[in-house]
Design a protein around this ligand. Structure first.
Ligand SMILES: [Zn+2]
Length: 65
């Protein structure tokens, strides 16, 4: 879903890669229990989060696109 804008700078935010790692060093992406009826992007109502960065101020937001 393009078009996320920084609330402080009012510029377009760009999607950036991110990952988390567990103790074994395995990387994974964050996900949520999607409450939306149309939340079929993930298995079992799980939806992965996309990270968006404002290059001007460094704000990062997660969106369940
Ligand atoms: Zn900004």
């Amino acid at each position: 879903m393009p078009g996320h804008r920084c609330p402080g700078c009012d510029v377009a935010m760009e999607r950036v890669d991110y990952s988390t790692a567990d103790a074994a060093g395995a990387t994974a992406r964050a996900r949520i229990d999607d409450p939306r009826e149309s939340g079929t992007l993930g298995v079992g109502g799980k939806t992965y989060l996309e990270a968006y960065l404002c290059a001007d101020c460094g704000l990062v937001r997660f969106y369940a696109d």
